[in-house]
Design a protein around this ligand. Structure first.
Ligand SMILES: Cc1ncc(COP(=O)(O)O)c(C=O)c1O
Length: 387
């Protein structure tokens, strides 16, 4: 008797993975414009500080309603340039959150100053004014000189600038806005860039306004300060290339990135509307199911991430992954819990909100080209993945 051939059942098709951020979809919209803009740079050949750089700086300053924007190599360079321009160094204390990307505190430590970690508020995940004020009082007693504060506009929502600025003024501190995640957002009709005494942003590809490589910018209103920053960006250059009047860095954005950003800015306002619509759709579906992000009154977010809080976070991430749904955790380890930063001071009451959030947050796919069907799949997947 012929042996029966083994029966094969087709394995169910694995669900197609969903991109967390879909840069390809954006490219389909403006690829021709971007490629022509890059082609113009190839034609004129001014790869460093070419005409697109000055044009982008004018456009960015107008967009943010500030006197000056200066482009640079990354968001990290933007923060570093501003700290160098303030003359920050050993013995100086700069207050910042621990619940942030490493670059915020890294640049402070890199130039020999001391980051002092402050807690964040449970509703918007941004610097908590009361924790900031108590940290100022505590740090003055231990020999460090408080000089400034770096609020971070986490996940795209501007920090509480009016309250932070009031406290900073009382103590003679400047306010450096780490706006790496919030370019395009507003607070009381002031755009990010014009919040704080000066601001830094990032154009890393995954940011709401991203270039095709590394890039960043600083925003200032002070005519003297912009000249210092311009010099610091090119090795502390003086009147010409070989006169050096201060210690600086090589912090220039390259011309091709400026050409890309000029084209991307043309569709950015449309993308802001789309991001808002997608965030609102998430909130409508998930409110009451998980803790959804909250915007403070008078504030818009650029939704760099749509970040929720869940129980059994790591289990939820795993179950979502099995469904082809990427969820990212920003940030699982607060900076004050990590080796290089563990020795720096923290606010006197500790960082209980930071610790709790680090165990509970989870960010869902978020970009301007997320269609309703894909978003519904994410929402349904999340409901199924919850404990
Ligand atoms: C809060 C924050 N600060 C600074 C940076 C640094 O920006 P870049 O990666 O462009 O250096 C980032 C980048 O992710 C960030 O999220």
């Amino acid at each position: 008797m012929p042996s029966a051939s083994p029966r094969r059942t087709a394995a169910p098709a694995a669900p197609a993975p969903i991109p967390f951020i879909d840069l390809k979809a954006q490219r389909q919209r403006n690829a021709g414009d971007v490629e022509r803009a890059i082609g113009r740079v190839l034609e004129h050949g001014q790869y460093i500080l070419g005409p697109e750089i000055a044009e982008l700086e004018r456009v960015l300053a107008d967009y943010c309603g500030v006197r000056h924007a200066l482009t640079c190599g990354s968001g990290t360079d933007a923060l570093l340039l501003l700290l160098l321009a303030q003359g920050v160094g050993p013995g100086d204390a700069v207050f910042c959150p621990s619940f942030t990307f490493a670059a915020s505190a890294e640049v402070i430590a890199l130039i020999g100053a001391t980051p002092v970690f402050v807690d964040v508020a449970p509703d918007d995940f941004n610097l908590a004014p009361a924790s900031f004020e108590s940290a100022i009082a505590a740090i003055a007693d231990n020999g460090l000189k408080p000089c400034g504060v770096m609020p971070v506009d986490l996940f795209g929502q501007p920090a509480r600038y009016p309250e932070i600025e009031r406290i900073a003024r009382r103590h003679g501190l400047w306010v450096l806005a780490d706006a790496a995640q919030s370019f395009g957002a507003r607070l009381d009709n002031r755009r990010v860039g014009g919040l704080g005494d000066f601001a830094a942003t990032s154009f890393f590809p995954a940011k709401p306004l991203g270039c095709y490589g590394d890039g960043g910018a600083v925003f200032v209103n002070d005519d003297g300060l912009i000249e210092v920053l311009r010099s610091l960006r090119v090795h502390g250059q003086g009147r010409d290339k070989y006169e050096n009047v201060r210690i600086g860095i090589n912090g220039r954005m390259d011309t091709m990135q400026a050409a890309v950003l000029l084209q991307k800015l043309k569709i950015f306002d449309d993308e802001i509307v789309a991001r808002d619509r997608i965030a609102a759709r998430y909130t409508a579906a998930l409110e009451g199911v998980v803790a959804v992000p909250r915007l403070r009154f008078g504030v818009t977010s650029i939704w760099a991430s749509y970040t929720i809080e869940v129980d059994d976070r790591d289990g939820v991430v795993e179950r979502l992954k099995a469904l082809g749904i990427p969820a990212m955790v920003y940030y699982p380890r607060p900076l004050h819990r990590q080796g290089p930063y563990a020795g720096f001071p923290v606010a006197p009451d500790g960082l209980p909100v930071t610790e709790a959030l680090a165990a509970r947050v989870l960010s869902l796919p978020m970009h301007a080209y997320l269609d309703a069907a894909t978003q519904d799949r994410i929402i349904e997947g999340l409901r199924a993945a919850l404990p």
